[in-house]
Design a protein around this ligand. Structure first.
Ligand code: SF4
Length: 356
């Protein structure tokens, strides 16, 4: 479906993934609706690449990552990891797949058991999934501590004795324990000091090169995603608005939401920074329990057209490997040679303001 010319193997294939959470009401807890946290999302992740998944808080990116690892039960859709369908697989199949796919969590403080030593935390998956002897297990724990830059002499210490960055290294070591192929990194640096963030990102990159890992890197930090990702998917209100190779997306975003998000990222080059035009989006993100008709961005889009309020745009490949869900890039628009709506050309649009 995606980027068929690419010779690389698709390690993760997500098709029409929906993750709805029921809303209940009354003493009988009758279902009265759904929170559409992830709504019909499709993408691939190729072996050895990093796919960045970006968007505002609450857009569904973390839920998407967790659903792909089957930490949630998806409402519908297909998820293939390394060729195996896991969306509707039973407990035993998922357990057998666990070593292949792991997660690094946002908050190392909350994701590590404070009553367990570092050795016990890193060794826990080995207890679950391997039959290593005590000595072999300790050897593997030491190797993992070395790999993530932790002093093996601290193996019997507890998480509270480490800094935030070191705790995240413990979480990464645990995720690597079973030789995974695919790791979902869910905002792995968001809870860390800025000075530590680059160290953790560099470690993730180094491990990827050394171990051939594939990452889904979830973040709201567009600068960091630009640094680490090969391709980037932009999520808004449970759906993917745009997916493209990193440089294409950052230099020429096509979706109005991507344009607005990127307009807020400072440019390192002072000349470019001086000409940066900031696009301020008005209004709040609608509730995922009650998304708007048509395009889900129509309530805030500076380029909205009448059709946007009635017809949902198709998420389609507009250039090889580049996908956009927007009527400005629909087949009809392109056939007519109109890639921009009349409103888009107006500099008088009150929602487009000069850069800060
Ligand atoms: Fe804006 Fe319409 Fe495109 Fe949605 S479909 S992003 S409302 S122009």
């Amino acid at each position: 479906m995606f980027d068929t010319a690419a010779p690389r193997k698709r390690l993760v294939e997500v098709r029409n993934l929906k993750m709805y959470f029921p809303i209940t009401s009354g003493i009988f807890r009758r279902k009265v609706g759904d929170v559409k946290a992830v709504d019909n999302v499709s993408f691939d992740i190729y072996e050895g690449e990093t796919l960045g998944l970006v968007g505002e808080s609450g857009c569904g990116k973390s839920t998407c990552g967790r659903a792909i690892l089957r930490l949630y039960e998806p409402t519908s859709g297909s998820i293939k990891v390394d060729g195996r369908e896991i969306a509707q697989a039973g407990f035993d199949s998922i357990r057998a797949m666990r070593p292949t796919m792991q997660m690094v969590f946002q908050d190392p403080q909350a994701s590590l058991n404070p009553r367990m030593t570092v050795a016990a935390i890193i060794g826990e998956p080995l207890d679950e999934h391997t039959k290593l002897s005590k000595a072999e297990k300790l050897g593997r724990i030491y190797d993992l501590m070395d790999a993530v830059g932790l002093n093996r002499n601290f193996a019997n210490r507890y998480p509270h004795e480490f800094s935030g960055g070191q705790r995240q290294r413990i979480g990464i070591a645990r995720a690597l324990a079973l030789h995974p192929k695919f790791i979902v990194c869910d905002e792995p640096i968001a809870a860390l000091d800025v000075s530590i963030q680059a160290q953790v990102v560099n470690l993730l990159e180094e491990l990827q090169d050394r171990l051939g890992l594939t990452y889904l890197f979830i973040s709201h930090d567009l600068s960091m995603v630009r640094h680490i990702a090969d391709r980037v998917a932009v999520m808004y209100l449970g759906q993917i608005a745009e997916l493209a190779k990193r440089d294409e997306l950052y230099t020429k975003p096509l979706h109005p939401y991507t344009q607005a998000l990127l307009s807020a990222v400072p440019e390192p080059d002072p000349q470019h920074e001086a000409t940066r035009r900031r696009i301020i989006l008005k209004g709040d993100v609608p509730s995922p329990a009650n998304p708007p008709l048509g395009c889900n961005f129509c309530t805030r889009c500076p380029k909205v057209m009448p059709v946007c309020r009635e017809v949902e745009p198709e998420f389609r490949e507009v250039e090889p490997g580049r996908f956009v869900a927007c009527h400005l890039h629909s087949e009809q628009q392109e056939t007519a040679g109109q890639t921009e709506a009349p409103e888009a050309k107006s500099t008088k649009d009150p929602r487009i303001q000069q850069g800060e």
